[in-house]
Design a binder for this molecule. Structure first.
Ligand code: SF4
Ligand code: SF4
Length: 622
């Protein structure tokens, strides 16, 4: 790295110059205005949605995952595609002028400078690859997974559907209670510990793709012969680019971290820099002449990478709360704190900002304060890792369960005919979920319904009902509706029909299209003697989905009971048309119809179950 020469004009504090003698950037105000406007637009977007109930889908790159996985073409996908295209031509302008997380980082940097704290860049050789790895995981891995391992035989390229307008704007975003710590960790902590662009450099997956696209772009910050290597550009750059050295070596800025903020162009005392088109970075031979000062030795790099991975795995998805991007920002902070702690105990001298942490081998007060904070942070990581491990093992056990839901719900207490392998998985899963919740700081609303299902399968239906109620209290939308539906279904099996009906009504209030909840609600009403209402609910269900074998059978039974044999026959015929030729399925239908007192139809299905598979060990214990 070439030495930075004294600033010019030396020692002069003149209008348009900062205290350091470097010209003030004129573009920084324009950029601040652009970023403030962007944030105001985002707020206006949310307000418009809250008032009108419908709006353009979020203009957020992460929405692209919905397009790649489900074929939902949304505004985020269009924005991200156009942004990458623009970066391929003009370079990484979108990051510098159009990212709300960058705005937050800039705001934090500004606050810190007002407090006399100047964030120092944390420079790592290995961690800089994280954004690209994260981008590949987010945007390429789902398609690659479908290509190589596709048990459900889903199409490689999903069928595209229009999702440009949405009424559920917040669906893919974390709840506000998570969004605030998310912004604090990613916007503030990363800046304080890792430098002004800490999140962009070590965590942002979109930056991974923008950085790659920047290497191909002909649009670059370029230099004229007027440059005298004063270094003002480098000192001003908040992306930690060695501008003076790069322009000397390559005639342009080649670092993909350059976000085209144009500050360097504005502060150059010789007006030697400009934005112009020419050779892209990829066509310029790389030189070893520029040596960067890294913050880590090679052993520290390796330890740092392992710490990053461990911290990321520990916090990502813990309590079903911490989103991917926040986990990346969190892990970057953990890595910094761990390395700094390591040095605190090994180095003779150590400082952090203006704080002297260790001097002549003695840890100072500030050092102990830093150590206390770092230890608390690392301990929180270890605790999250413990909880996450048990949640993960519980989820794994849940995925292994073979017994289908409709079979398990055919009668209360399915425990007595569970296959031994399922029983073992369920016991293991239950043990892990209990371990996670016994030490966890928050309720995991995704684990609770699974834990409830384990309880139900083991014969503890009361416990399952309680857990599902608890889960629903912490959930929203579809997941809440599903918990309430299963709760209602189990209550029906327990014969608590009024409670079941209430739970199913709540499920339908969340998601009116949950047809299975209608089917179950019809059963509650039938058992409560409200037979006309039951028929009306079942009729509604089969109108929404004529292939519902159970609801059609139930309607057939109801019509028979009221002497309407013609309609009964029509429903029976429709039911038979969509009943799979499977003994277990016939048995399930038999059990459910028998519970409703529709014995003739029940007998028919028990008989068919025996005929389809005479050797089946199903519990035909009516
Ligand atoms: S580009 Fe301008 S600010 Fe940067 S080193 Fe050259 S003269 Fe100085
Ligand atoms: S190199 Fe210049 S344009 Fe690029 S980020 Fe740094 S100051 Fe901004």
């Amino acid at each position: 790295m070439t030495a930075i020469s004294p600033r010019a004009p030396a020692g002069v504090i003149a209008p348009g110059y900062s205290k350091t003698g470097i010209r003030k950037s004129k573009t920084s105000r324009w950029r601040a205005a652009a970023l403030i406007t962007l944030n105001l637009f985002m707020i206006a977007h949310i307000i418009q949605w809250r008032i009108m109930g419908k709006t353009v889908s979020p203009i957020e790159p992460s929405e692209t995952m919905q397009t790649l996985q489900g074929g939902f073409v949304n505004a985020g996908f269009i924005f991200f595609s156009l942004a990458i295209l623009a970066t391929l031509i003009f370079g990484r302008f979108v990051c510098g002028w159009g990212c709300h997380i960058l705005a937050l980082q800039d705001l934090c940097g500004w606050f810190l400078k007002k407090m006399g704290l100047h964030p120092k860049p944390f420079r790592s050789r290995l961690l800089v690859y994280i954004p690209l790895i994260a981008a590949l995981y987010m945007f390429v891995w789902p398609t690659a997974y479908r290509l190589f391992h596709n048990p459900a035989h889903a199409p490689l390229i999903p069928k595209f559907t229009n999702h440009l307008v949405t009424s559920n704007f917040w669906q893919t975003f974390p709840p506000i209670a998570v969004a605030i710590p998310f912004l604090f960790v990613c916007g503030f902590m990363t800046v304080y510990f890792l430098g002004q662009k800490g999140f962009c450099t070590y965590a942002c997956p979109y930056g991974g793709f923008f950085g790659l696209a920047d290497k191909f772009s002909p649009g670059k910050i370029r230099v004229t012969p007027a440059c005298n290597q004063c270094g003002h550009c480098t000192e001003t750059c908040t992306s930690n680019v060695l501008v003076h050295a790069e322009v000397k070596q390559y005639g342009m800025v080649v670092d993909p971290g350059c976000m085209k903020c144009m500050d360097c162009v504005s502060v150059c005392p010789n007006d030697a820099l400009y934005f112009g088109f020419g050779k892209p970075t990829i066509l310029v031979p790389k030189s070893d002449a520029i040596r960067k000062n890294y913050s880590l030795t090679w052993p520290e790099e390796i330890i740092g990478a392992l710490v990053f991975l461990g911290s990321f795995l520990a916090v990502r998805g813990v309590y079903a709360l911490i989103p991917f991007l926040m986990a990346l920002g969190w892990a970057a902070v953990t890595t910094f704190l761990t390395v700094k702690m390591w040095r605190l105990f090994r180095a003779r001298e150590l400082s952090f900002y203006r704080f002297n942490l260790k001097s002549s081998g003695r840890i100072k007060k500030a050092g102990w304060a830093f150590a206390a904070f770092a230890c608390a942070w690392i301990a929180l990581n270890a605790h999250s890792g413990w909880v996450r491990y048990h949640e993960f093992r519980g989820n794994l056990a849940f995925q292994k369960i073979q017994v289908p839901d409709e079979l398990a719900l055919a009668q209360a207490n399915p425990a007595r005919w569970l296959p031994p392998a399922d029983r073992e998985d369920i016991l293991q899963g239950k043990k892990h979920y209990e371990a996670a919740s016994s030490v966890g700081f928050f309720v995991n609303s995704e684990a609770l319904p699974k834990q409830a299902w384990f309880e139900y399968l083991l014969g503890n239906a009361e416990q399952a009902v309680q857990l599902l109620g608890q889960a629903a209290a912490h959930q929203k939308d579809e997941s809440k509706a599903l918990s309430l539906y299963y709760r209602g279904a189990i209550l029906n099996r327990l014969g608590r029909y009024e409670e079941a009906r209430a739970s199913l009504d709540e499920a339908l209030a969340e998601r009116a299209d949950l047809i299975l909840a209608r089917q179950e609600k019809g059963e509650s009403l039938w058992q409560l003697g409200r037979k006309d209402e039951a028929i009306s609910v079942w009729t509604d269900a089969v109108q929404r989905n004529p292939r519902l074998a159970l609801a059609n059978n139930e309607l057939a039974g109801a019509k028979r009971a009221s002497g309407n044999l013609e309609e009964a026959a029509a429903h029976e015929e429709q039911a038979d048309q969509f009943t799979p030729n499977d003994s277990s399925y016939h048995w399930v239908l038999g059990r459910r119809l028998q519970d409703l007192g529709m014995t003739e139809l029940a007998e028919k299905h028990f008989k068919q179950a025996g005929q389809v598979d005479p050797g089946n060990e199903m519990p035909y214990n009516r």
